[in-house]
Design a protein around this ligand. Sequence first.
Ligand code: AMP
Length: 394
Amino acid sequence: MNFKSIDQLNIQGKRVFIRVDFNVPMDESGTITDDTRIQASLPTIQYALKQGAKIILASHLGRPKGKPESRYGLGPVARKLGELLKKEVKMAPDCIGPEVEKMTAAMVPGDVILLENLRFHKEEEKNDPPFAQNLARLAEVYINDAFAVSHRAHASVEAITRLFPEPAAGFLMKEELLYLNQVMEDPARPLVAIIGGAKVSGKLEVLKNLILRVDKMIIGGGMAFTFLKSKGVSVGKSLVEDELIDTAREVLTIAEKRGVKVYLPVDCVVADKMEPSAQIQIVAVEKIPSERMGLDIGPDTIALFSQALQGARTILWNGPMGVFEMEPFSRGTLAMVRHIVSSGAVSVVGGGDTDLAIHQSGGSQKISYISTAGGAFLELLEGKKLPGVEALKK
Ligand code: AMP
């Protein structure tokens, strides 16, 4: 990899600014409902502690629109992190300013401070150089361990890197890039992509880029119906983006020219409404009743998709096969987790909902790599360069 990582720097006794992604879900009482992202940052923080560094953590939480809002305060995260590290994590009143500078100047090796939400300042999302300077002033070393925000040119991710001689990656960032770059640049083949989720429009660039790189592509979820309609199938009330039917056809033509086999659903679970209590029925895709919508893949499709995975050496997955949040439409997605795990292939999964589905199925231990990122994961699949990663290469 053409950037440095934390273990290649001397951080002993130094103030180390670590950009982490602590954008965790919380309920109304401020209880963290899923601490995966905090857990994922622990290897870097624990390493820095062992090296005798003074650790300054910075993150955003939610979308506070550039000014303080108590519900987006990082206090609950500091408490949770303290529990996980079994040591005190001091909460700073802000992320910049004289008071924070005083706190960081008084740190001793082994101290951990969490700065308040970066997005309480609108300058963060504007990649504002003076704001980056105020952040940089707090530390002697800069580490980015927030792969999930690296697709954003924000001050704590991009502008700040210019103010340190050797900006470097944390272990989470390094691991994410290692897996994702390998899948995109040099995968063990055959490489099979499974793409699902709601709409073609959300993943158009992903589909167009991946069709040039994969050996097989499986398309499920709501977006499959636009592809089916492009082949002349009547899909009833299923989710269809009529304006993208031509594009779907183009993707299929490119696949054909490249000799990439595309697998579409052959049957589906249909209902008259998207509700857990809806009456369901399993039908072949050619027989979807005009008043019903397809909300999950059916058993024949599961069998077909599982066959397509046989012999795969790498599987890349983004997007559920159906409305997995509702029990009657979750079977296809959960079955795919089982088939991916039993295929023995290197499996890389990411992009928001997919990891949720995997945790729900209890299969998370057996997937080779589950990315913590949503948008950044998708942009990498689109073939885009991520500003936060490019900044580390300079
Ligand atoms: P995405 O963010 O594009 O990956 O989409 C995820 C969402 O797609 C989930 O909330 C699913 O409920 C939804 N979804 C999956 N399959 C279907 C379908 N057949 N019809 C409507 N929505 C679907």
